[in-house]
Write a protein that binds this ligand. Structure first.
Ligand code: SF4
Length: 209
């Protein structure tokens, strides 16, 4: 499945625009319950006003709230953004930490966000389990777990560490572009002949299993 996804999505890309670990961290915090497209609309102004953690750590919450309002939950996200920046400045010398156990101590940063930052910004092993990855892992018969940490553990067991991040990014793209939760496009899916949840009748499948 990982090989098929790699062929379907040669570039394992993160769709959140960013140019540094700090920007990716902030964008990922904003992406909770929000589309990447919407986040990408607000981050240019956010990063223009607060180009680094020091600037964001000193920000007026009301000003940040105005910028991030359209991403939803803007008061909580503002608190997380400024809290994250303060913590990075105070506890990590202004550098976004790379260790999972350090990243998850930052306000607004859970295991999913930490794994996104590790894999995308730092090129380190990290398999982020968002709603798409969890949903597809169950559809594909890779796990029966619902808890994201357990899903992550089981998926990591299948793959070399170097593939954790790319597999997560490709699965997210597949969930967005092909395997929609309500209307999966099984007919055009690169996994349809090996997917136990395919809606294509077995006799009509393209390849033999
Ligand atoms: S075959 Fe259908 S259900 Fe299975 S991964 Fe592809 S789109 Fe999703």
């Amino acid at each position: 499945m990982a090989r098929r996804l790699a062929l379907a999505y040669p570039e394992a890309i993160c769709e959140l625009h960013h140019s540094s670990a700090f920007e990716l961290l902030a964008a990922t915090i904003l992406s909770a319950q929000c589309t990447d497209a919407r986040v990408n609309m607000v981050t240019p102004e956010l990063f223009a006003c607060y180009p680094d953690v020091v600037a964001l750590a000193q920000a007026d919450p009301g000003d940040v709230e105005q910028i991030v309002r359209s991403t939803g939950f803007y008061q909580m996200k503002t608190k997380s953004l400024i809290g994250m920046a303060v913590a990075v400045v105070d506890r990590f010398g202004g550098e976004v930490p790379t260790a999972l156990e350090d990243l998850v101590t930052l306000p607004g940063v859970g295991r999913k966000t930490a794994n996104v930052v590790r894999s995308v910004a730092f090129g380190l092993p990290g398999l982020a389990v968002d709603t798409h990855v969890g949903r597809l892992a169950r559809k594909l018969g890779l796990t029966e777990q619902v808890d994201p940490v357990k899903v992550e553990t089981e998926l990591c067991d299948y793959l070399p560490a170097a593939d954790w991040g790319p597999f997560s990014l490709r699965t997210i793209l597949h969930g967005r572009r092909v395997c929609d939760a309500k209307k999966p496009q099984c007919g055009g899916c690169a996994l349809e002949d090996i997917c136990p949840s395919s809606l294509i009748p077995r006799a009509s499948r393209r390849r033999s299993v």
